[in-house]
Design a protein around this ligand. Sequence first.
Ligand code: MSP
Length: 627
Amino acid sequence: MENRFYVTTPIYYVNDEPHIGHAYTTILADVLAQLHRVFGDEVFFLTGTDEHGQKLQNAAVKNKREPLDYCDEMVMRFKKTWRKLHIKNDDFIRTTEERHIKVVSEILQRIYDRGEIYSAEYEGWYCVHEERFWTEKDLVEGNCPDCNRPVTKITEMNYFFKMSKYQNWLVDYIEKNPDFIQPAFRRNEVLGFLKKPLGDLCISRPKARLSWGIELPFDRQYVCYVWFDALINYISAIGYLSDDKKFESWWPAVHLIGKDILTTHAVYWPCMLKAMDLPQPKTIFAHGWWLVGETKMSKSLGNVVKPLQLADKYGVDAFRYFLMREMTLGQDSTYSEESFISRYNSDLANDLGNLLSRTLKMIQSYTDGKIPAPPGDNSDNELARRFEKLIPETREKVATLKLNRAVEDILELVRATNRYIEKNKPWALAKKGEKEKLGRILYNAAETLRLVSLLLSPIMPEKCKVIQDQLGLQDDTAGNLAWGGLKPGTSIKPGEGLFPRLQQPKAEAINMTEKEELPEGVIGFEEFGKVKMRTARVLEAEKVPKADKLLKLQIDLGSEKRQIVAGIAEYYTPEDMIGKNLVVVSNLKPAKIRGVDSNGMLLAATHGKKLVLVTTDHDIDPGAEIS
Ligand code: MSP
């Protein structure tokens, strides 16, 4: 596996207020960077701010400020937010810095000299908000197709980058490099976009209209288009044209972006790099949106989720954990306080927090507050085996950006350790005086906690430090990622509970009082909302003996494995079922069917003598909510 990792976030518009969307990309980059560090890789993590362009100029004018002065003040909000959220970036680039401006200017001159840029009269519909031109047929009812705002017709001389000539090369490159644009469906989206002829890119704005930008070195009457300027941050920050050694040691990058800026990154940027004769990015990964309810966040709707408020209320680490665990990379996710609290309570309070407190309590009572001796022979040590398997799996998931799955696997080890304690009942061993076995069980539980704290520390640095402190670890043992690093005899230092349980906020009084009368047979949203449905993948299937119609299924529900019994044996064989993505009612009261436990119900459509299972249209992770 490669041992150098250069990861970037988009550079954020400095006039925006940081929200959960910005926080997500930045925390994701941070977690990936720190995980690579845990695995011993060399890492460079870059973030920053995008400070030129029309929007910024307008905001500065509105606030009666000089643009740079205004940027200097606004950039602090991002820097402060990242500090509070424990972001450990290696550099922070602002596009108004001299080191960046110089590189943009030099690149413009070089590619101009090579005939990659020409001037021409341009007529088009300009959207100030999106800072781009549209053709007549792009418009939707006369408005900008992206933001729906009115557009203005403009005819002027401008400079163009000859992007169209790279179209065939780009299609070919994307097709030959399947990991270049991820996830795969975004790659297909870009290939779809490239089926239409690709135009040249207008890269200038006349100063008469917009002065806040980087001057074109070959025509001082113009400034550079903000996206052409901004994309270059990814190379100017690591020394392109100023420090060759540094640049070559880090480039190419893994770019993390939101799906909203896919075209600029997956079309404009590769063509720009090609014109500069530079290697392409390793990966461009487009994640989905954080939604609130069904809708996008927006200032006008007043539903913007502010990361610092949440972090203040529930703790930075729990916030980081929630974001990483909850979003399936690539898909949209919905934020709600209810889902935050339920994720917190189940994973952090019940599973991880509980494992730490019960393990420490038992070590306190049964082995005098000291880590007991490890088992001499590890050959039948199920926790050690599981951990050793987890390491390469986690590496693989981190490399393929399946972070939510990696987190889930680590939590599964925590759950397995809780089950291990229940199965081996240290309290009973203590009663019977079976000291050696007791010591072994407690050592294994404490060692798993130490290793889990190392794997989760990129996500929850503070809480993992607390775990390590309470286990009595010195820094040298804390960093060792091999089973058995925990030293026997270490005095533990139990302290406060790691994740105190949270109460779900009470349903709004208004919901309780205003009960609307509904016509017979009609249900309200509230009632429907009580039925929890999730996607589930079938892991194993077998017939239920002496019951012709029943199949017993083991299913993966994302956060847990379950058994369900379904009356489908006349329609599906056990082999048919393996690997299917089902839709399952997950909060149904468990039942026994012909003496076999069934925990949940799958959905199927029936018509006459026909029965077909309800499955998902595309592949999606098990455990996805159906709503
Ligand atoms: N300045 C450009 C990027 C230039 S990169 C060379 C820009 N900035 S932005 O401030 O609008 O930030 C965009 C990024 O913020 C998105 O691509 C995404 O990473 C993140 N998000 C903004 N809103 C989001 C959500 N609601 N959900 C998830 N992430 C989104 O575009």
